[in-house]
Ligand binder design. Sequence first.
Ligand SMILES: [Fe+2]
Length: 346
Amino acid sequence: MGDYTILVVDDEVSVLNAIYRVFRKEGYQILRSDNPADALKLLNEHVCHIIISDYRMPEMDGVTFLREAMNIRPDAIRMILSGYADSSTIISAINDGGIYKFLTKPWEDDILKSEVRYAIERYELQSVNKKLLEDVKRQNEELKKTNMLLTEKIDEIQENVVSTVEMLCYLSREKYSGLPTNVDSLYTIGQEVGRKLGFNDSGLKNLYVATKLHDIGNIGIDCGIFKKSGPLTTEERIQVEKHPIIGASILSFLNGFDEVSRIVKYHHEYFDGTGYPEGLKGDAIPAGSRIVHIIDVYDSLTCIRPYRPAMERDEVYRMLEKGRGTEFDPYILDIFLMAIERHYES
Ligand SMILES: [Fe+2]
């Protein structure tokens, strides 16, 4: 038991000596003090595992002393040994001083010895628990770091996939029409609309990617159609209307792109159910697709086309208003128009 130190505090030196005699042969290190102030100094200088204090002492009562002792050695097991033991004293000792045991004088040596042994067992248990908690905390921190690294890696991989697909889009645009697009400036606005609709982080990310890749399906369409300046034939229109399904199929090969693929698939649906590919109506159309559709139309109206120049803002607004409730979700259109206005103002 030489590894354990007991501090005994009592204003009666005879009590200190008697306790010393009880524990001397048990192999503990015993520190003695006949006043609490000196005892606190001892605690600052020595590691103590068990503190046994008298209750009634002239300078400071035992509960106050043990409360102070707790600040210096929070892990030490604290006990009161007192001849004065009414219930309110015991209650306040336990509640205020974090006392493990309230023992009474006069004591029986064997009982006092076994109480100290129990206190040491408690100390050991407490130390093991503390170590386990620290280990769990450390492992949690490590897990958190690993998770962050993994998330960064996944983001990086997804960014690479998006960049690769974007490159394909760019090449296909070059090949098919060579037309510029304003869509880059619309990503931010799309995100603003998504946020207003309550999209979470992952929803916003999917929306962002779908906005970038919504026309990837054009890769599967005969490039001559995109270069044509006159109206499309029925066959050509049927072919063009396949691009959302082709795009969704391409994206469905990529892990984690299910929602992006769904948004792309329905980005030409009309709010009144007259769009394609499935003629979905109202809320049955994914909210992301309803946003992308408005962005897509806005982008196309504000771009130069072989058959017309870029439209003026007022005319674009008129065209969008014309489709309110039929082509476009009126609520999302409002949010989009407000976001566009804010964008122009800034
Ligand atoms: Fe499209």
